[in-house]
Design a protein. Structure first.
Length: 189
């Protein structure tokens, strides 16, 4: 039998397997590095895309906040204008009220009553005066009740001016009435 020395062949086989292993390890390392790099780029792209969408949404939110602030300013301006318009309408409606009121006061005062003071607080009218008798005050209250621009008379005080009343000394009275236009009375009815 012949003797064959397989040691060099085995050595070559081992070196070739080792070289193939190193090449395989290098290829796997390069492939893994490529996969990691690719995954990193892909995730970075996804993150950048989401950041771009977030920035777009933030800019739109800021734009909408500015528009909301402008709308609120416009609403405040509108409310201010509406309140001014209401005041002007109220003034326009009550423009002739004082003329009618003074005319009505002059028409309702019966003989024997002297008015000393007429004071208005809101829609309430306080009338202070003197009279020769208590019946004249009753007649005055009836006239106020039937008046167009006055209503709801209420006697507050009626008293003698001095302690020792003589027949020619007047009574002092105070009564309250409410101011109201004929339109207000029609609305209440």
């Amino acid at each position: 039998m012949s003797r064959i020395n397989l040691l060099p062949w085995r050595e070559t086989q081992r070196q070739e397997r080792q070289r193939n292993f190193v090449i395989l390890v290098a290829v796997v390392a390069v492939a893994a590095a490529g996969a990691v790099f690719g995954a990193n780029q892909w995730m970075g792209g996804i993150i950048d895309g989401q950041e771009a969408r977030n920035n777009f949404l933030r800019s739109e939110i800021r734009s909408l906040d500015r528009e909301i602030a402008q709308i609120e300013d416009l609403e405040r301006t509108r409310d201010n204008l509406v309140s001014r318009k209401n005041v002007i309408e109220r003034l326009q409606a009550n423009r002739s009220l004082m003329v009618h009121l003074f005319n009505q006061i002059a028409q309702t005062v019966p003989e024997g009553i002297t008015l000393n003071s007429v004071r208005q607080t809101g829609s309430d009218l306080t009338i202070i005066g003197t009279t020769e008798s208590e019946t004249r005050v009753s007649e005055y209250m009836r006239r106020i009740e039937n008046a167009d621009w006055l209503r709801n008379p209420e006697l507050r005080i009626i008293q003698v001016e001095a302690r020792d009343r003589r027949p020619d000394q007047p009574f002092r009275f105070e009564l309250r009435a409410q101011i109201g236009s004929p339109r207000d009375l029609a609305e209440e009815a």
